[in-house]
Design a protein around this ligand. Structure first.
Ligand code: SME
Length: 202
């Protein structure tokens, strides 16, 4: 016998909750973690990524569990970079990308091959830097407030894309070559399929 409230009873309680939580207010209900959104200057970005890269290495080096490494990467990046609104992993699973560790508002669970910015990064194997997501054909708006996005593929030893790191910002044009270079480096070392620097990942 199960303990606690059932999903059905949560649904019923939600209906009677005064004020309700219709689709219009749902997104506002999930406040972003990074409320004070600011795009750092180039010099600040370099400093913040230096700090992030160093902290991530210290946190996850030698950790054989891939989910634990991804969770550490996400927590450090999301906490340090003020222009990150949504930060997370999607892992290749069959014909879809399936959501992994993330921080921010609730993300879409699955993305098909070639769909949206994430699916395009998977299909092309190339980092996608999108200054205006609304101008990107097929962009998947998991949170309508996202304005710009960077998606970096991670590869296994055979060169196959096994995951993508997805970062969204509330500010248009928030990501540039500094973000690309830093995030590609972090993925190559510590992301799913990463080499873990000089230490073996597992
Ligand atoms: N916008 C992404 C979907 C994932 S969310 O941003 C969390 C895309 O178009 O692939």
């Amino acid at each position: 016998m199960r303990a606690g409230l059932s999903w059905q009873s949560f649904k019923e309680m939600r209906k009677s909750w005064s004020g309700g939580l219709g689709t219009g207010v749902r997104q506002e209900y999930f406040q972003g973690v990074n409320d004070e959104i600011r795009v750092p200057t180039a010099a600040e970005k370099r400093g913040l990524y230096a700090e992030a890269g160093w902290r991530i290495g210290g946190l996850v080096a030698g950790e054989p569990d891939r989910i634990a490494r991804m969770a550490g990467i996400v927590a450090v990046l999301h906490g340090l970079l003020p222009h990150f609104y949504w930060t997370g992993f999607y892992r290749v699973s069959g014909a879809a990308l399936v959501i992994g560790p993330y921080q921010g508002t609730p993300g879409c669970a699955r993305i098909a091959w070639g769909k949206g910015v994430c699916g395009t990064a998977w299909a092309s194997g190339q980092t996608q830097v999108v200054a205006d997501v609304h101008a990107f054909p097929g962009h998947l708006a998991c949170d309508a407030r996202s304005a710009s996005e960077i998606v970096v593929p991670g590869r296994d030893a055979q060169g196959r894309v096994v995951a993508v790191l997805d970062v969204d910002s509330l500010v248009a044009g928030a990501f540039d070559e500094i973000d690309r270079e830093a995030l590609e480096g972090i993925m190559a070392d510590w992301g799913e399929g990463g080499t873990c620097g000089k230490r073996a990942c597992s």
